[in-house]
Structures are given as C-alpha cells and as structure tokens.
Design a protein around this ligand. Structure first.
Ligand code: SF4
Length: 356
C-alpha cells in the first residue's frame, strides 16, 4: 500500500487568494476568520472541529462518528470546497449562511485545483493544530498521530456538491488513503450520479433529511431553487443504487420538524434498505442562536423516542446512540464493518488494512 504523503507543518500554501476573484466577500471572509476558520484558496475553508481539539487530550474520546463509524477525531480535517455558496438557508444551520449570496452560478467560477485544495486544507489544519504541541494537558502520542490526517469531513459550510471538481477531489483523497465523509443537502442528484459514474463515491455519503414533507422542507430549509422537492426525491432514489456507505441525517428542531414519523419513514424507504439513519437534535450553537432558541433543542430521551417511532414504522432498529451529541443511529440491521478499521494511526509504521 502507498504511504500517505502529507504537507509538512507550516509550509507555504500553494493557492494564493487573489483580491480580484472575490468569491469570498471581505465581510464573509472576516466573519469566517473571526470564527477561527482558515480560508483556503478562492472558495474553500477549514476549521478545527471542537471534537478534534477535545480528542487531543487522549482520554476523552471523540465525536459520535468515532463511536458509530470508527473515524478518529484527532486525525480528522473538517473542510468545505464550497464555503462560498449553498442553495438553502437552513434555519438550524450553525454556520453564517446569511453571508451566502444566493447566486449558485458563483461556483461556476470555483476552479481551484483539487490537489491544491487538499494540500492547503491539510496545511491550514496542521498549522492550527501546531499550537497544541506545547500544551501540557495534551497526550503526546495523540498529538503525534494528529499530524497524519486520515479523514476528511467534507461539510463545514456551503454545499460541497456545487464544486465541479468534487469527483477529482474525492479520488485524490482516497489515493492518499484519506477517507471521505461527504455531506450534501440533497439538491444535486446529478452530482451523486456523476460521483458514481466517475468511480468517485465518498467513503460515506450523507444526505440531510430535514422534513417529512415538501411544505415543512420549504419552511425549515428555505431552499433557493424552485424544484427543490423533485431534487430531494431524486437524490433519495439515486442513493438507493449507490454502492457506498450511506446515511440520512435528520436534525430535529422542536416544533419545526419533529413530527410525522410515518412521513419520514416513507422518504427513508426510497433510499434503500442499506441506508443508516442518524436522528439528531438541533444544537443551539453559532449563528443559529439568532434564528432559534434553546427550547428548540430536544433532549436525548426525546430524540430516542422519535427515533424509536421511525424505526417502528420501518421495522428497523436502533443500533447505537451517543447521548453527549443527542443522536441515535437506526438501521435495518447492524453489520460487521460499520466501524471502519483504519489500521495503524501512523500509516508508515505498519501496513494497514484500511481501504477508502
Ligand atoms: S467527523 Fe465531524 S464531528 Fe467528528 S471530528 Fe470530524 S469534523 Fe468533527
């Protein structure tokens, strides 16, 4: 197996942002940088996830995706190649979606090279992590391992499927033995088809399933394109034939979308019986605090009760849960391999069995 080549710590980024490109407006750039994001090139961004920071202590575990699927939070880079645009303005989004222009054709100009985006994302990620080296509460071995990125969470902000060269980016990640969890809002089934056709499906594909019906979706997600519902249904149908790990993620917001378990189950069935379902509470964080209130969060027990209802409708079961993230995982059956074996954390030391 090839060893992973990673950018040395603090090396110079390959992509230089030019003021003339203006995919990021100055206001938006400031907003992101104030929130500790690193801007990468002309349309991408990276942020160190709170779980990545927490996991550096070595004994506090990682995010729920570590528990459910085996990714290692301390080796995870959270980024987006489309940080400048999304075609929804979801009410519960904890990112500054007020800054999106609403012009999706903006991403037509997003031409940064996928390889450069990866290199510069890793560089920016490692640069931010380097500050942990002198912290006495950090576990030294975990810190060493964190210098080897093994996982990309392609979500962060914006809609990643709007980046035209996404298939190349995913292929390049896998060539470097970095796994990819891609999150989409479900409005681009044609991109899912393209990823499939070009043999560039992510390690795990996530689609947000935010409502049990068209009217609720329109109210909670505020889609900016008219045929959003046909696109949502199209993505569910496409998912049913994709040969990769698949998850529908439901973010429950009290009184907005925490009803009609049957409606959700009918939609879930369209994506096939090998899809896993994450039922999760809205979290009152970031800019979402301006749009919703703390009362819109569900407690873990409420999430579990609703998850049980959905599982009951489907004849499926709860296979895992993480109380600290208020999330419950449903599947038809639990399965061997749900938790990915990433092998040795430092790939050069021992050959590892992980395949993206
Ligand atoms: S998978 Fe997501 S939540 Fe977990 S460490 Fe990575 S970015 Fe954070």
């Amino acid at each position: 197996m090839k060893s992973t080549t990673q950018q040395p710590l603090l090396s110079k980024p390959k992509i230089e942002s030019t003021e003339s490109t203006k995919l990021f407006t100055d206001d938006y750039k400031n907003e992101l940088e104030n929130a500790s994001y690193a801007i990468v090139g002309n349309h991408s961004a990276v942020e160190i996830c709170g779980w990545t920071k927490k996991s550096m202590k070595g004994n506090e575990g990682g995010c729920y995706k570590q528990k459910f699927y085996g990714i290692r939070s301390h080796q995870c880079t959270q980024m987006s190649p489309a940080a400048v645009a999304c075609d929804q303005k979801c009410t519960f989004c904890w990112k500054a979606n007020e800054f999106f222009s609403g012009k999706q054709d903006l991403m037509e100009e997003a031409n940064d090279d996928p390889n450069d985006i990866i290199e510069d994302s890793i560089t920016a990620h490692l640069k931010k992590l380097s500050g942990f080296g002198g912290n006495e509460r950090i576990d030294k071995q975990t810190f060493e391992e964190s210098k080897h990125v093994r996982h990309f969470a392609i979500s962060l902000t914006g809609e990643p499927t709007l980046y035209k060269r996404l298939p190349e980016m995913i292929e390049e990640l896998h060539r470097r033995e970095i796994s990819s969890f891609l999150v989409t809002n479900g409005l681009h089934p044609e991109v899912l088809e393209k990823l499939d056709k070009e043999n560039a499906l992510p390690t795990q594909l996530y689609m947000s399933l935010d409502a049990p019906d068209k009217k609720t979706w329109k109210k909670i997600d505020i889609p900016l394109i008219p045929d959003f519902w046909e696109r949502v249904l199209g993505s569910l149908k496409t998912m049913s034939k994709l040969k990769t790990r698949k998850v529908l993620r439901m973010t429950l917001v009290r009184e907005w979308n925490d009803f009609d378990a049957k409606g959700y189950a009918d939609l879930i069935r369209r994506s096939g019986e090998d899809t896993m379902i994450e039922v999760k509470s809205y979290m009152h964080l970031g800019p979402a605090r301006k749009r919703l209130s703390k009362k819109n969060m569900l407690d873990h027990e409420e999430v579990r009760i609703f998850a049980k209802k959905i599982a009951g409708e489907l004849g499926w079961k709860i296979i895992d849960e993480a109380e600290n993230s208020r999330v419950v995982l449903i599947a038809k059956n639990d399965w061997e391999g749900r938790k990915i074996d990433f092998g040795n954390p430092i790939p050069d030391k021992v050959s590892n069995p992980f395949s993206c």
